[in-house]
Ligand binder design. Structure first.
Ligand code: GDP
Ligand code: ZN
Length: 280
C-alpha cells in the first residue's frame, strides 16, 4: 500500500492491526516505523462517501472512498443503454457525488437525443473522441480539482480516456493503493492517478466493472433529481409517483417537462428495489 502526504511525498506503508481496511481515496494517519523506510497506517479518517458493491459472498465491499465526481461514460459503441447510465447517475446522487456524463467515440456517431436529457436536468455533460483526441483535455478541465472515478459499460473507452489523460506516464503513483491479497482472494489493484490539472482519478478493475447496488426505493427516489424536485408538489408527501392521484411527477411527464424515458428508468429501478424488499 502506498500513501501520499499532503505535500506530495509518496511512501510505502503497512497497516496497523487487522481491523483497519483502507481503500483507495482514504485519508489516513500514518507514522514512520523506527529504523525503516516504511510507514504505518494507524488510523482512517471519516469517509465522505464510499463506492461499494456486494461481493460474491453477498458482503458489501468498499472499492474506493471520498469520491467527488462520478464520470459516467457512454459511447457510440457499444450501443448506449441509457437505463444503465441512469443507474450510475442514481448511485452518484446517493453518494452525494457530482456526476459528469461523457459520450465518447463521436468519430463514429453523434450522441442520440437521450444524451441531452442529462444537461437539461443540470448534470455536466461532454462529448469526446479518444480516436481523434477531441475534447480529451476538456475531460481534464471538467474534473478540475476533484477526485473522480470512471464508470460505464465495458468497451465505451474508459481505459482509453484514462490513458489519454495520463499519457501512460508514471502518474500511476497511487495515494492509497491496495495491493493486499486477503486469504486466497485475487489482488485488487487500485491506483489513484494524478492529473495535470490537479485532479485525480481512482482506477481499478473493480471500479471499472462497478455495478451500483441500489437497495431501497428511497434511494431510487433520491437518485432521480428532477423527479425528486417535482415530487415536492405531489398531493401526498409519500407519493411514489406510480398510481397516486394528483401526482406532480406524472403531470410533468405528460406535459413533457420530465423525460418519459427517465421516468421509465425510475419506475424500473423502483420496482426492482421493491422486489428486493419483499424477498427480505
Ligand atoms: P473500456 O472497457 O470502457 O475501458 O473501453 P476501452 O478503453 O478498452 O476501449 C474499448 C475499445 O474502444 C478499444 O478498442 C478502443 O480502442 C476503442 N475506442 C476508445 N475510444 C474510442 C474512440 O473515441 N473512437 C473509436 N472509434 N474507438 C475508440
Ligand atoms: Zn407523485
Amino acid at each position: 500500500m502506498r500513501i501520499r502526504s499532503t505535500d506530495g511525498f509518496i511512501a510505502d506503508a503497512r497497516i496497523k492491526g487487522k481491523k483497519l481496511k483502507p481503500v483507495c481515496g482514504d485519508q489516513v494517519c500514518a507514522e514512520l516505523i523506527k529504523n525503516e523506510d516504511d510507514w504505518l497506517i494507524t488510523k482512517l479518517l471519516p469517509r465522505r462517501n464510499e463506492l461499494s458493491r456486494p461481493n460474491m459472498r453477498g458482503k458489501v465491499e468498499v472499492l474506493a472512498a471520498n469520491i467527488d465526481l462520478v464520470i459516467v461514460v457512454a459511447a457510440a459503441t457499444p450501443e448506449p443503454d441509457w437505463f444503465i447510465v441512469d443507474r450510475y447517475v442514481c448511485a452518484a446522487e446517493n453518494m452525494n457525488a457530482d456526476a459528469l456524463i461523457v459520450y465518447n467515440k463521436t468519430d463514429l456517431a453523434p450522441p442520440d437525443k437521450e444524451f441531452d436529457d442529462y444537461q437539461r436536468i443540470g448534470y455536466e455533460s461532454l462529448t469526446c473522441s479518444v480516436a481523434q483526441q477531441r475534447n480529451i483535455h476538456q475531460v481534464n478541465d471538467r474534473i478540475g480539482l476533484r477526485t473522480a472515478v470512471m464508470v460505464g459499460q465495458s468497451g465505451v473507452g474508459k481505459s482509453s480516456i484514462i490513458n489519454s489523460l495520463t499519457e501512460g506516464e508514471e502518474q500511476r503513483t497511487a495515494a492509497v493503493s491496495d495491493k493486499t491479497s486477503e486469504g486466497r482472494h485475487t489482488t485488487v489493484n487500485s491506483v489513484m492517478l494524478e492529473l495535470d490539472g490537479g485532479g485525480r482519478i481512482i482506477d481499478s478493475p473493480g471500479v471499472r466493472d462497478y455495478a451500483p447496488a441500489l437497495d431501497t426505493p428511497e434511494q431510487v427516489a433520491v437518485g432521480f433529481r428532477e423527479i425528486a424536485a417535482a415530487g415536492l408538489n405531489c398531493r401526498f408527501a409519500n407519493c411514489r409517483h406510480l398510481r397516486e392521484p394528483n401526482c406532480a411527477v406524472k403531470t410533468g411527464v405528460e406535459s413533457g417537462g420530465i423525460s418519459s424515458r427517465r421516468y421509465e428508468s425510475y419506475r424500473r429501478l423502483y420496482a426492482l428495489t421493491e422486489r428486493l424488499g419483499d424477498s427480505k
